[in-house]
Design a protein around this ligand. Sequence first.
Ligand code: PLP
Length: 373
Amino acid sequence: MDSPDVGELTPPNRTLMGPGPSDVHPRVLRAMTTPLVGHLDPSFLDIMDEVQELLRYTFRTDNTWTIPVSGTGSASMEAAYGNLVEPGDTVLVPTNGYFGGRKAEMAERAGGDVVTVDAPWGEPLRPEDVAAAFDEHQPDVFGFVHAETSTGALQPDVPELTAIAHEHDAYVIADVVTSLGGVELRVDEWDIDVAYSAAQKCLSAPPGASPLTLNDRAMNKILDRDQSPRSWYLDLSLLEGYWGDDRSYHHTAPITSVYALREALRLVAEEGIENRWERHRETAGAIKAGVEGMGLELNPEDDYWLPSLNAVRVPAGVTDGEVIDYLLSEYDIEIAGGLGDLSGDIFRIGCMGHSCRPDNVAFLMTAFADALE
Ligand code: PLP
């Protein structure tokens, strides 16, 4: 067999304004080209402490149990469900977007009995529906999506939802994949037990090391489990050996992804988390005003507009795929179409992290207007 004739890597230079990944800051790219050290090197142990401290700042939590999980957002999600859900637990999940379905599947694989609370795609859960589902099913674990990337809807009323769950002694798992570092999120103040995220959305690092935080109450449930979780790799009681005080080998950390996350989180701390939330509102606000000025509509109502993911209704007579292809081929801009119940109905325009800049928005709006002509 001849050796494969594969040329040097030359990916196109896109502007990433879709549902993620977002553009990576040059400082993050530079951090990724720094020399590798061992995952138990004393210098790396210091980096682990720094990343944990920066993650706590970004999540707005004092949780000891705050780590980057090796893998993409689905890994931190599976670490949450696979550890917290024990066989026979009842798990309440939402049906108002694509990622609720993934929660149901993960909870089932963990041995949970899944029940649902419903809302149409594009709308948030209503607290009264969550309360009714609690009265009916008495779930042990309740998962919801703070920022639903598939629909562009923000879940408001988070403290109300966590209060309902805690009145029933249940645990709350929040999906903050598309909100962490871009949209107001206060893990401790809002009484969230477990929150998981990803690096490639509002943090603007490449996918690979995914933030997860758990309070003591959730961690105690996990450490008291009768049966080990089904995944060895994501077993948090074993990962405690590496990310806890011992710093002993469990698996080889993705060193370069941790460097990238560290630099991305340093950028968050330098900007200030509240300033960053404000920047996302302001900059994405220009997308919202721009599309509305063109006579188009955002899919969610203003009360639950999600700055990091703007869901714009596809106007009559327009085929979403043609616009998306045109933006990519003519302008090197990535946006996306709808999924599931909203397939063909919406454009999904991300405004996350380093992609969330006025020059990007101006470029996108010009290109989008051209594509719709
Ligand atoms: N949850 C939400 C809300 C997401 O948007 C995504 C990814 O887009 C995930 C979970 C899964 O993350 P990943 O694709 O990084 O595995």
